[in-house]
Design a protein around this ligand. Structure first.
Ligand code: MN
Length: 733
């Protein structure tokens, strides 16, 4: 059941009296009361006073239950549940969330039972505590190694009550803050799990506050050296940039004052983890990332955002394609803002985010955002992030109901957790967000399952478009359907959304085994790239089948078609070292180079069909010589200086090579043009020419010509020889 997210946040900001109700003597007498005071102050600032006594009671119960237990730091255990509850209270979550956070570890670690919690605080709090306790037992290494069933449980917990996940995220945040007290191996495991599972979930729910903290702490724990190095580089860069940042900020401020727009203007600091990710994923230099000057302008209303955008484009020169309107089209997790890239004074790159206070709050809190912005007296309306989260969770339920296999389910959730969305329009202008790589088939299923099941073609921007080709953001897509059409099994190799894939697989399950076998074979062949299934070493194949506990190849194909096995994974197992090496050399005319760069020796200019050898030159890679080139006679005696290579004739026969010819001739009028004509007729080109006089009657001409292979060369030589007055011709070596 999806519950209404609205009720998870406090709805009452009315009835505020001056003073928070005094705590009961029972509360103040607790030895750890002083740890509790800051939390109590926070909850008193936003929760109805009538609910504070419940929170006091939860603190007293938790404190007694954890009495005598210590954190790894040696401090009393109760500081942990208090810290978790405080994180939630700072996000202004409701009383039940705060109470459950205080009690989140009692069932697992103390004498208290679920029934005790239910009796004292009711069923909702009990369910929340139970949900968090269950999640605590799950261990993930990462997605791939996660026991799929565990991950499914986690998602299901999230579906039942999203507050379970919010408490779990707060729990993880505090544990990460104090991770320094743990053993290094434990530290690494938790940090990795945080980066690969919890930060993406926080991101998907739009809670950037928590996402950012988890990423920073996760990276510091997992890659302490890299973190330290980057951090000190960032601090240094910041100091160098201070003056420029101030100048830009002042000119933005001055401009907005001129046009009487009140605004908050902030310089944005880049996070270490996001810098690190950009360096790794986009292969950028530290400088390239740090040299961008980033600002945020926060305003009162949406209209002003667009006005300020105009002012900024007038103040600095906007970059073409540097503008994104996430206000009109919010990101998948509900994020809203205008982004623009500009060129500042002296050409410095500037990025400005423009948004309202409300959007700014939303970008920090996402699903957990508070209602304090709702208009007085109106019904609480859910925010974009909450609507999106509801829709996402509803999709997860549909997916859960329509997929019987856990792998499908996980695969679906995985794509959803790393959203890189494109936006596709229907002919009527309705917007759908799809993951990057989505095809018209994905779009068809996103619009409606029936449309997916019966689609036969697609028009993109009014033109016919293959159903399996990835779409691009902003395209308008019209799906053509036919009542009699059925899903094409081969769509599976290109569709990316979980909905499309699970529906196609469902359809496949109804197919005869033979058809599934064909589909599976095709999918595996795609994944294997150039390696042919029939050429796989039978011994290797058998051992892989045995590992997967599959009796024969046909069953393997069927399993792949039905989605029980991921083709890329099977393909990887079926690759040998030679195949990997082969992949590196794919598309190159020489094999055996192990991916090293190479050039052809100018002395002997080898061509396909020649026996060749590669001379290993430090710093230059490989130089390919003709095997009997006189320049390498000595090298061949030292095995460390050469490596054997061969032509890949399938590739080489489509390319042009160069080689040298030496021609002796008796000079006469017009002979050069006849030779060049002969070369032309033989299907070759002259790349270079020089001549010399040998004696009174004889000329020597050196030609460099293009050649496909030895046969082609023989043909060229024959043609030139036929020219009258050509005396001798041979290949230069
Ligand atoms: Mn805990």
């Amino acid at each position: 059941m999806v519950q209404n997210l609205n009720k998870y946040t406090s709805t009452s900001t009315e009835n505020i009296v001056d003073k928070c109700p005094a705590p009961s003597p029972e509360t103040t007498e607790s030895i750890n009361y002083h740890y509790y005071i800051p939390l109590r102050d926070i909850v008193c600032s936003y929760l109805p006073f009538s609910r504070i006594a419940e929170i006091d009671k939860a603190f007293v119960l938790a404190d007694r239950a954890h009495d005598g237990q210590k954190r790894a730091s040696g401090e009393p255990y109760i500081i942990h549940p208090i810290a978790v509850a405080s994180i939630l209270a700072q996000m202004k979550l409701d009383t039940e969330s705060v109470v459950a956070a205080l009690l989140h570890d009692v069932v697992e670690d103390t004498f208290l039972t679920e029934d005790d919690v239910k009796r004292e605080f009711g069923n909702v709090v009990k369910e929340l505590v139970y949900g968090v306790t269950k999640l605590d037992k799950l261990r993930f290494h990462d997605y791939r190694e996660a026991q799929a069933e565990n991950f499914r449980k986690m998602i299901l917990a999230m579906i039942q009550d999203i507050r379970v996940i919010l408490i779990k995220l707060a729990d993880r945040t505090h544990n990460m803050r104090t991770i320094g007290n743990l053993r290094p191996d434990k530290r690494k495991r938790i940090a990795r799990e945080t980066l690969e599972v919890f930060a993406p979930i926080a991101n998907r729910l739009g809670i950037s506050e928590i996402k950012v903290e988890l990423e920073e702490l996760g990276m510091a724990a997992l890659y302490p050296m890299r973190y330290r190095v980057l951090k000190s580089a960032v601090i240094k860069a910041r100091n160098n940039r201070k003056e420029i940042v101030n100048n830009i900020q002042e000119s933005i401020k001055a401009r907005l004052a001129e046009v009487h727009i009140p605004a908050r203007i902030l310089g944005r600091e880049k996070r270490i983890y996001s810098i690190y990710k950009k360096m790794v994923n986009k292969d950028l230099q530290f400088r390239d990332i740090m040299d961008v000057y980033a600002f945020r302008v926060i305003l009162n209303d949406v209209d002003t955002c667009y006005r300020v955008l105009g002012q900024m484009h007038n103040l600095f020169k906007p970059r073409p394609d540097g503008f994104k309107d996430y206000i009109a089209i919010p990101k998948i997790n509900g994020y809203q803002s205008l982004h623009t890239s500009l060129v500042g004074p002296h050409g410095v790159p500037i990025e400005i985010q423009i948004r309202t206070e409300f959007m700014d709050q939303m970008s920090e809190r996402g699903v957990a955002a508070h209602w304090s912005y709702k208009e007085k007296g109106s019904e609480p309306t859910s925010t974009t992030a909450q609507k999106n989260a509801q829709r996402w969770i509803k999709n997860l339920i549909d997916l859960q109901q329509s997929t019987s296999s856990t792998t499908d389910f996980i695969e679906g959730v995985k794509t959803d957790l790393f959203p890189d969305a494109i936006y596709i329009f229907t002919p009527e202008g309705k917007i759908y967000d799809l993951p990057v790589g989505a095809t018209p088939v994905d779009f068809a299923y996103a619009v409606h399952t029936d449309i997916g099941q019966h689609c036969v073609g697609a028009r993109v921007n009014h033109r016919m478009y293959p159903l399996t080709r990835p779409l691009e953001s902003g395209q308008s897509v019209e799906i053509i359907t036919s009542e009699s059409a059925e899903p094409n099994a081969l769509w599976l190799s290109s569709a990316v959304t979980s909905k499309a894939r699970s529906k196609i697989r469902q359809y496949l399950k109804g197919l005869r085994t033979q058809e599934c076998e064909l589909v599976g074979r095709r999918l595996l062949q795609n994944a294997l790239k150039t390696k042919k299934i029939d050429q796989i070493d039978p011994e290797l194949l058998n051992s892989v089948l045995k590992d997967f506990k599959i009796q024969d190849l046909s069953t393997l194909f069927v399993d792949i078609a039905l989605g029980n096995l991921i083709p890329a994974l099977v393909a990887k197992r079926l690759q040998t070292d030679t195949d990997v090496q082969h992949l590196l050399e794919e598309g190159l005319p020489i094999s055996g180079t192990r991916g090293l760069p190479y050039t052809f020796a100018q002395c002997c200019l080898p061509i396909p069909g020649d026996r060749i050898i590669a001379h290993i030159t430090p710093g230059k890679g490989l130089v390919i010589h003709n095997a009997n080139c006189s320049n390498i006679r000595d090298i061949k005696r030292d095995p460390s200086k050469f490596t054997s290579v061969e032509w890949d004739l399938a590739v080489a026969s489509n390319l042009d090579f160069q080689t040298g010819l030496r021609i002796e001739l008796e000079n006469r009028q017009g002979i050069l043009s006849e030779i060049s004509n002969a070369v032309d007729v033989a299907g070759s080109r002259i790349e270079a020419i020089n001549s010399d006089i040998k004696d009174e009657h004889t000329y020597v001409i050196n030609l460099t010509v293009t050649v496909r292979d030895r046969l082609h060369l023989a043909n060229i030589i024959k043609r030139i020889k036929a020219v009258p007055n050509v005396l001798t011709i041979f290949r230069r070596k």
